[in-house]
Design a binder for this molecule. Structure first.
Ligand SMILES: [Mn+2]
Length: 325
């Protein structure tokens, strides 16, 4: 069932170490980004500070860019934990944990965790970053936000809002960012690391992606492809690419931008970014995915070129429907 932030705070204070449970296991989503990592580790640190044992797990390792923060977080080892999913949107986004029963689910996507797999959901759709919810939760629980927690939450906000530039960025986002700054978050370093400095490999991928661009519908739909071969040539890992999916948004006039990425498991990940009144979430739902109104994703079992045709067709349908309205 859906619960308020206040109810979530009370439940987290009173469980985890009751019955035969020995702590909280916090799960972040597959192909993790700054938001799920920052949210999960900040929540763990906060709960640990009030005496709860915590562990953070995810199918895929923490991206290298964030490890300097997460390496500093001591994990407890648990045998019978209470499970919490953060920032994950849907069961399948927890990867190898998707058959797990989650007691808590904290999210800011158009969440599709089912009643049968989750006891308590707290979802604030389309708020700038999941980390905003974690920040408010820790405050309600009267848990002190240390510099270490502030760095994690600020990283989450900067990465998920593309440095305060997404349509989900709100006054709340700025207020929380300002408070995190006062609490000691290293905003200069975090901003530069995550939203400004680019590695040589990243530049090569941007150029490969640009070369692959295909425009349709009077330049309003744009698709780009990143193949595993491109990553190899650039000497970069998929997990190092950060917000590459927003690259298609930088081109003027594009209404729907799709980034198609070949995955090592043979599948294709399609990331859809839209603007105006076109729902990326709806486009991706047609292919079993979802996310936010202006940014969402789905996975297809096909090759990159076929994925491009499929997504171009679905995008065309949504673009025409919007033009008609
Ligand atoms: Mn997020």
């Amino acid at each position: 069932m859906d619960i308020s932030l206040q109810e979530l705070a009370e439940k987290l204070k009173n469980s985890g170490d009751s019955g035969n449970h020995d702590g909280y296991r916090i799960v972040y989503h597959i192909r993790p980004d700054g938001d799920c990592i920052g949210s999960a580790f900040a929540l763990a640190l906060g709960l640990q500070s009030i005496g709860k044992k915590c562990e953070v797990v995810g199918q895929d390792p923490v991206p290298r860019i964030h490890q300097y923060m997460t390496d500093q977080v001591a994990m407890d080892s648990l045998e019978n934990p209470v499970w919490i999913a953060v920032d994950s949107a849907a069961e399948r986004r927890t990867g190898c944990y998707q058959d797990q029963h989650f007691t808590f689910c904290i999210d800011h996507h158009h969440n599709t965790f089912q009643e049968k797999t989750t006891d308590y959901r707290h979802v604030e759709q389309d708020c700038g970053a999941c980390a905003e919810i974690i920040f408010k939760l820790l405050k309600i629980m009267q848990i002190p936000i240390t510099k270490q927690i502030a760095d994690l939450l600020y990283t989450a906000i900067v990465t998920d809002t593309l440095c305060f530039r997404t349509s989900d960025t709100s006054a709340q986002t700025f207020r929380i960012a300002a408070e995190l700054t006062e609490l000691g978050a290293d905003i200069y370093t975090i901003g530069r690391r995550n939203a400004f400095i680019k590695s040589a490999g990243r530049l090569k991928i941007e150029s490969a992606l640009r070369d692959s661009f295909h425009f349709t519908c009077d330049h309003q739909i744009l698709t780009g492809i990143i193949l595993l071969q491109d990553l190899e040539t650039a000497g970069i890992l998929d997990s190092d690419l950060g917000n590459i999916n927003s690259f298609v948004e930088e081109i003027e006039g594009v209404r729907i931008g799709v980034t198609i990425r070949e995955l090592t498991n043979g599948r294709i990940r399609c990331s859809v970014h839209t603007n105006g009144n076109i729902s990326a979430d709806a486009i991706c739902r047609e292919h079993g995915g979802g996310g936010h109104f202006h940014a969402a994703g789905c996975e297809l079992s096909t090759d990159a070129q076929t994925a491009r045709s499929i997504l171009e067709e679905t995008s065309r349908k949504y673009l025409l429907a919007e033009i008609k309205n």
